[in-house]
Structure formats: C-alpha cells, structure tokens
Write a protein that binds this ligand. Structure first.
Ligand code: ADE
Length: 235
C-alpha cells in the first residue's frame, strides 16, 4: 500500500510515523507513506495555503490552488483508490471502514483546517470524507494519523502476531476481554485462575463470556448490533 498525505504541517507526522509499529511497517515495505508539504504547491512570496472565508467569519479556509496542484501531480503519477479529506463533518470512522481501506492500494489523505477547505476541493477532488468523532480538532493531521494507524496495523506483515488484529475489540463486533500478564499476583490482586491453567478451550469460553459482560456494561449499542447482524462480524 502507498499513502500520500497532504498537509500544511508535515512535521506533525515525523514522530508518530517514526516510532513503533508504523515505523516497522514502513521498514518492512508493508506500506510506503509519503508526506507532502502543501506549501511547496503555493507559489506566492509567503507560500500562502489558506485565506479568510468569503462572507466573513473566524478561522481560515484552505485555498483551492495549492491542494489542486498537489493532488493533480499525484494523480498524474498513478491511479488512486480514494482521495480522502479529514474533516469533522465527514463520515464517522470505524473498524469496518478501516478494514475496507486496508484492502486498497493507493490512498491520498488531505488534512483540512478546523474551519474547513474551499468547497471546490470537495466537489472536484475528494472521493471520501472522514471524521474521527463528533468533536473539532485544530486540523485534519491528528485525524489522518489515527486513521492511517488503524489501517496499517491491519496490513499483512505489519503486526508481529498476524492473528492479533482479528481478535481486537470492534473487529469481532464486541469489546475485548480483560488481559493480564506476569506476575500472577500483584499487590494482592490475582490473575483469574482459568488463565493460569493452560486449558485453551476453558480460556476461550472465559474470554467470550468476559467479552459479552464488558460489552453489555460499556457498549450496549454494540451488543444490540452484534445480535441483530451476527453475519457482519462472523467470517
Ligand atoms: N478536523 C477537525 N476535526 C476533525 C475530526 N473530528 N475528524 C477529522 N478531521 C477533523
């Protein structure tokens, strides 16, 4: 997979993409991530990429010319499956969308400002609009990173343990069961006996039950969906 990200703040990407699993996935050639500085496509003296909104109001809006230039350069080089705009009024991102996007070959992410982007960018260039939740961030950068992270960890070879992504919370449609590691006793708190015994079938049953209990308590909405659309989550 190749991901091209267009942003006025490219430095925001360096650390998250240069650590941990996202770093390893790039080193293993599971994914190529190219971050483009939008300012390189602005040609006035001040490299202006935003301007105040027509009609007045607070905040700045991303100008169309630099974004069009940057996206069109990329589109001339290869075919992209989607041109994604990160914006608070987009479709709310979830695990199903992460799964779908993880099957694509080439993606462009455009990071908008909190106030937005010139509407003509959406009309002409963007094929998908994504929000990471019902709150407003300063811009699309952190949203793009969250989305990219969720997609990359699903790619074959990105995780050390290829099974673990399949058993995640949300992937099954339910929240994950509690997890423990050594020591078996810590400050008087004990790891459940069943996990220490080595009976895989008993462990599986316990996890399934805990998963249901946790989902019932914390996310009854997910539980309802799980039982009304069981096929959506079961291979
Ligand atoms: N830009 C500002 N807020 C956002 C959000 N919640 N999701 C995606 N992009 C955004």
């Amino acid at each position: 997979m190749r991901i091209d990200t267009i942003t006025a703040f490219p430095k925001m990407f360096a650390s998250p993409l240069g650590e941990s699993m996202l770093k390893k996935a790039q080193e293993r050639n599971v994914v190529e991530i190219v971050v483009h500085d939008l300012r390189t496509c602005a040609h006035d003296k001040h490299k202006t990429v935003d301007d105040s909104p027509y009609g007045g109001g607070a905040g700045m809006v991303l100008k169309p010319e630099p974004v069009f230039e940057c996206v069109e350069k990329l589109l001339a080089e290869r075919t992209y499956d989607d041109v994604i705009l990160l914006t608070a009024d987009g479709e709310t991102f979830n695990q199903v969308m992460a799964n779908e996007l993880s099957l694509k070959q080439n993606l462009i992410f455009i990071c908008g400002h909190y106030k937005g982007v010139d509407e003509r960018i959406r009309e002409r260039l963007v094929t998908k609009e994504i929000s990471i939740g019902d709150y407003v961030l300063t811009g699309g950068e952190i949203a793009a990173l969250a989305t990219i992270d969720a997609i990359i960890r699903l790619l074959p070879g990105a995780l050390g343990d290829s099974e673990s992504a399949l058993n995640d919370s949300f992937q099954t449609g339910l929240l994950d069961s509690p997890q423990y590691t050594r020591p078996a006793e810590f400050r008087g708190m004990n790891v459940p006996e069943v996990l220490l015994g080595g009976d895989h079938e008993e462990v599986r049953k316990w996890r399934e039950e805990m998963s249901l209990v946790r989902t019932t308590k914390r996310r009854p909405d997910l539980l309802e969906k799980y039982f009304s659309e069981p096929k959506a989550h079961k291979p």
